[in-house]
Design a protein around this ligand. Structure first.
Ligand code: NAD
Ligand code: WQD
Length: 351
């Protein structure tokens, strides 16, 4: 039987590129679309740099189209060109603070984009879908660890709401038509890089997230890290999160695709992708210093609005249902981030 073909949206981004790599290694054919609004392109006709490096690492070919998923015609043309079996949907805008400033762009890109994609799928008889969801759908945890049964929808930012609303759309879709099989993967805090050091996280401008900020301080691109809040009710007063290695996360997607490919069961399924282990900001800073041999200068400042004290996953359901479990710990996350950051101090822009 021919290997299944997966359409990957947002495949040139951080999580998409790492997942494409694992999908190719697992034998899937991959078609990528991305509008490159948050990914580095080496030039108009070239494959985006991250995907070019994934091809180099795997020795396998990626079909790439510069397509905006909110553009119905562009999306349809990809379905006409290729016989697609499944879709893994990463394309989204993801900056929490920015989403509060420009909510309409977030709702258009993330919600309309997803609707256009789902309609094109249905028109082409493709009903297997893996969605990039987020622990943000849980809002402030009411209990810990956070299971998939935890109520969703109490999100404060427009970004978080796009993740929650999209899950609701997907649930309605599965109720309306029993051909749909949807796996929504709720990521906790993805960090790290592929072991090769060739691909990694390359944020535009000042990083919003902790790990890329630490890495840029360590490599000398930024003078110091601001630690947001040291008076949380946690072990050392700083925020506690469930960091998950990007390669574990990517492997979770392959397991989800394997499940959709092999079983006849349909409906909506949500799984946490996390480690189940909470790590504080200062623990991550110190682990990074050990892994890199660099000093990470930091300053304790006020809390960032909207941040919760503690959030970590119960990841048992993914283990039972997908046969997936994160295996890489904090030290490995820091070691691999440092390999990427030190070999590519300015990200993809500098080869
Ligand atoms: P990213 O920005 O690196 O990747 C997203 C990719 O989608 C980018 O390459 C961007 O150019 C592309 N894109 C955005 N809008 C598009 C559009 N309209 N048409 C085509 N391409 C478009 O982000 P990431 O960290 O890789 O996140 C991937 C997914 O995972 C997103 O859906 C995000 O919401 C979700 N997620 C991320 C995190 C995280 O911490 N990184 C956590 C939970 C969930
Ligand atoms: C982690 C910890 C900060 C930066 C966000 C989104 C969430 C999801 C993942 C997509 C917190 C502290 C951070 C800094 C700091 N994304 N911090 N100094 O906030 O858990 O989750 O990314 O779905 O929706 O909200 O991740 O990496 O921003 O913060 O002290 O410069 O690091 O206060 O305790 P967060 P983060």
């Amino acid at each position: 039987m021919a290997p299944p073909t997966v359409l990957v949206t947002g495949g040139a981004g951080y999580i998409g590129s790492h997942t494409v790599l694992e999908m190719l290694n697992a034998g899937y054919n991959v078609i990528c679309v991305d509008n490159l609004c948050n990914a580095y392109s080496g030039g108009a006709s070239k494959l985006p740099e991250a995907l070019s490096r994934v091809q180099e690492i795997t020795g396998k070919k990626i079909h790439f189209y510069r397509v905006d998923i909110t553009d119905r015609e562009q999306v349809r043309s990809v379905f006409q060109e290729h016989k697609i079996d499944m879709v893994a949907h990463f394309a989204a805008l993801k900056a929490v603070g920015e989403s509060c400033r420009i909510p309409l762009q977030y709702y258009h890109n993330n919600m309309t984009g997803t609707n256009v994609l789902l309609e094109a799928m249905a028109d082409n008889n493709v009903f297997k879908f893996v969605y990039s969801s987020s622990a943000t759908v849980y809002g402030e945890p009411k209990f810990l660890p956070v299971t998939e049964e935890h109520p969703t929808g109490n999100c404060t930012s427009p970004y978080g709401k796009t993740k929650y609303f999209t899950e609701e759309i997907l649930k309605d879709l599965c109720k309306s038509d029993k051909r749909w099989a949807v796996v929504s993967l709720r990521y906790f805090n993805p960090v790290g890089a592929h072991i090769s050091g060739r691909i990694g996280e390359d944020p535009n401008g000042e990083p919003n997230n902790l790990m890329p900020y630490i890495a840029q301080v360590a490599v000398g691109r930024r003078p110091k890290l601001s630690v947001y809040g040291s008076d949380f009710p946690t072990k050392d007063g700083t925020g506690v999160r469930d960091y998950i290695h990007i390669v574990d996360l990517a492997e979770g997607h392959v397991k989800a695709l394997d499940k959709l490919r092999n079983i006849a069961e349909t409906g909506f399924f949500a799984y946490n992708l996390g480690t189940g282990v909470g790590c504080s900001v200062l623990e991550l800073v110190h682990a990074f210093e050990r892994a890199s041999g660099q000093k990470v200068t930091y300053e304790l400042v006020d809390r960032r609005s909207g941040d919760v004290a503690t959030c970590y996953a119960d990841a048992k359901l993914a283990e039972q249902a997908l046969g997936w479990k994160a295996t890489r710990g904090i030290d490995k996350m820091c070691e691999d981030t440092w390999r990427w950051q030190s070999q590519n101090p300015n990200g993809y822009a500098q080869k």
